[in-house]
Design a protein around this ligand. Structure first.
Ligand code: NAD
Length: 258
């Protein structure tokens, strides 16, 4: 499906990005993992290399245009092209709007909206020239419905779905598809951190925060597994999905059906 394709994944030292990296590597893709956290990144790269996969790691802070350009340059230099980009880096902060630090708001928009824009802008000429490309933006159900306390996260995720549609239109005649994946609650360090914060603020055990607060809102009463998101990213990158573009695909255990 993605054998020999070169894939760049931002924020992939852990969680969803890392799982996508392993899924693609298992299918024979050439994988460029990248993250702001160099130590965690190196550990993840070594782990995949020890399994025999074709993986390299490049430190990149997605708020830096130079880092993003270097990331693309490294992928081209090491593997010869860039076929697939997964904009995955993300950050969560929950607070009422009137207490939300403006700097934090701007940082989160930079990470989850401006960075996908810059990476799209940087790889589009390469993808157009080769007449094939896949861009997958990891959005969220926070990109299609509102959540109190998540002003920046919701704004960025709604925004990246808008970017997805525009890029899909501009790539449509060049063999490029651009889609957003919108997961509900996935079992990752990001969500475990959210559960720990909830438990602390409400002074309840983490298990209760998970069961009574998070899962109480999910019809299927379970967290999603990272591999479900990675499987979908593989499908969207394959030729089977060549006519799927400009979509925000929701995987949420029924959350937004309510
Ligand atoms: P995670 O915290 O495990 O991974 C996020 C990664 O992004 C981390 O490794 C972190 O170091 C990296 N990162 C943060 N700031 C960065 C920066 N400036 N430059 C480069 N890397 C940076 O979280 P995750 O749950 O795997 O989240 C991955 C993506 O999926 C995010 O965009 C998140 O919004 C989205 N998402 C997650 C869930 C969920 O339930 N976990 C649901 C919907 C969407």
């Amino acid at each position: 499906m993605v054998k020999d394709k070169v894939v760049i994944i931002t924020g992939s030292a852990s969680g969803i990005g890392l799982e996508i990296g392993e899924h693609f590597a298992k299918e024979g893709a050439k994988v460029v993992l990248s993250d702001i956290n160099e130590e965690k990144l190196q550990g993840s790269v070594n782990n995949l290399k020890n399994k025999g996969y074709n993986v390299i790691g490049t430190k990149a802070d997605v708020t830096s245009e130079t880092d993003l350009q270097n990331l693309v340059h490294t992928a081209k230099e090491q593997f010869g092209s860039v076929d697939i980009v997964i904009n995955n880096a993300g950050l969560q902060h929950v607070s009422p709007i009137e207490e939300f630090p403006t700097q934090k708001f701007e940082l989160m928009i930079k990470i989850m909206l401006t960075a996908p824009f810059i990476l799209t802008k940087t790889v589009f000429p390469i993808m157009k020239e080769q007449g094939w490309g896949r861009i997958i933006n990891i959005a969220s159900i926070n990109g299609v419905i509102g959540f109190a306390g998540k002003a920046a996260y919701n704004s960025a995720k709604h925004g990246v779905i808008g970017l997805t549609k525009v890029a899909a239109l501009e790539g449509a005649l060049h063999g490029i598809t651009v889609n957003a994946l919108c997961p509900g609650y996935v079992d990752t360090p990001l969500v475990r951190g959210q559960i720990a914060d909830l438990a602390k603020t409400r002074n309840i055990p983490e298990e209760r925060a998970l069961e009574d607060v998070i899962l109480a809102q999910v019809p299927q009463k379970k967290l999603l597994n990272v591999s479900e998101i990675a499987d979908y990213a593989l499908y969207l990158s394959s030729d089977k999905a060549k006519s799927v573009t400009g979509q925000a695909v929701i995987i949420d255990g029924g959350y937004t059906a309510q």
